[in-house]
Write a protein that binds this ligand. Sequence first.
Ligand code: ZN
Length: 123
Amino acid sequence: MASINAAQKLDFLWSLELANDISLCGDRRFFFADTAFHAAPEEVRANIAAAFEEMSNAVKIHNVHSVRVRATPDGMVVNYHCRLSPRLTVSEVHARVDELDRKMREAFPDIVRIVGYAEPMRE
Ligand SMILES: [Zn+2]
C-alpha cells in the first residue's frame, strides 16, 4: 500500500471495528471499547454519554449505544449507533442524525469527527 495518512489509517481501522460492532451489537445501552486508539478519559466519556441521552431525545433518536470516544492529537473522534423509527424516510433519518451530530459538536467543540450509524428501531 502506498503511503496513507493518519486519517485514512483511522478510517480503515474503524471500518474493521464497525464490522465487529454490527455483529456484536447487543442490549447494553452504552459500550465503551478500549482498543486500537486511546479512549478519552472516563469523565469525558461520561459527559458525552449524558449529552447523548439528553440531545437524542430532543430529535427523537432512540437507544444511542456502542458509543466510542477516542482522543486523537487533533481532538475527539466520536462514533455511535442509534435507532430510529423504520417508518421514517432515508432523508428524514439523515436529517435527524445530522441534527444530533450538530448538537454534539456544539456542546463539545473539541469533537473533530462524529459519525452516527442509524439502525431501525424494533417496533
Ligand atoms: Zn448497533
